[in-house]
Write a protein that binds this ligand. Structure first.
Ligand SMILES: CC(C)(COP(=O)(O)OP(=O)(O)OC[C@H]1O[C@@H](n2cnc3c(N)ncnc32)[C@H](O)[C@@H]1OP(=O)(O)O)[C@@H](O)C(=O)NCCC(=O)NCCS
Length: 155
């Protein structure tokens, strides 16, 4: 056996991706897609592009009070979104600005028919958690594992 990168279109590889998606979608309350829809959509290309949307909250004079940075990208298996950064100036906190920003981010995700969106924060950040939860983010039923480039020799 050898492992190599896909270099050109390969029907067997596409069929595996479609079988995977058909099997997986049975486990979630997601809108179902047919084999034909998945075959049309699941075509991995070597490169893909993404979008940055930095939403800025401003006061009446135009001064920036906070921001929410949203990333959109489609590697070839559906448009994904991530809330990459959320920040409100210390003097402007506690007035609902983060909640408004995250709401605006959700409007963008819905308008663009994003199929999966994620956000990271700390358990001890109640204001960020409340803003994300109010907008519809929830602890997921999917198991998410992460890897960080720590020094593995210490592990
Ligand atoms: C997290 C942060 C963006 C919140 O901004 P904010 O404008 O003060 O937040 P809001 O006023 O919109 O409050 C958001 C929610 O948190 C709640 N909340 C605010 N401060 C809180 C606190 N100290 N403890 C518990 N809940 C709090 C609010 O009641 C609100 O909940 P609701 O929507 O149910 O009413 C801001 O504190 C910040 O920039 N922190 C540093 C950067 C950061 O931690 N970013 C998030 C990393 S992912």
């Amino acid at each position: 056996m050898r492992v190599e990168e896909l270099r050109e279109d390969d029907a067997a590889v596409r069929r595996m991706l479609v079988d995977l998606a058909l099997d997986e979608q049975e486990h979630y309350d997601h809108p179902r897609e047919s084999r034909e829809e998945l075959e049309a959509r699941l075509r991995p290309e070597a490169g893909f592009t993404g979008e940055n949307h930095v939403l800025v909250a401003r006061d009446a004079s135009g001064t920036a009070l906070g921001l929410c940075w949203v990333v959109l990208f489609d590697p070839g298996n559906g448009l994904e979104g991530e809330v990459a950064e959320l920040y409100v100036e210390p003097g402007a906190r506690g007035r609902g600005i983060a909640s408004r920003l995250v709401q605006a981010a959700m409007e963008l995700l819905r308008r663009r028919h994003v199929t999966f969106a994620s956000v990271w924060t700390r358990d001890d950040n109640p204001a960020a958690l409340a803003a994300y939860r109010a907008a519809g983010f929830a602890p997921t039923r999917q198991t998410v594992l992460t890897w960080l480039p720590l020094d593995e020799r210490d592990g």
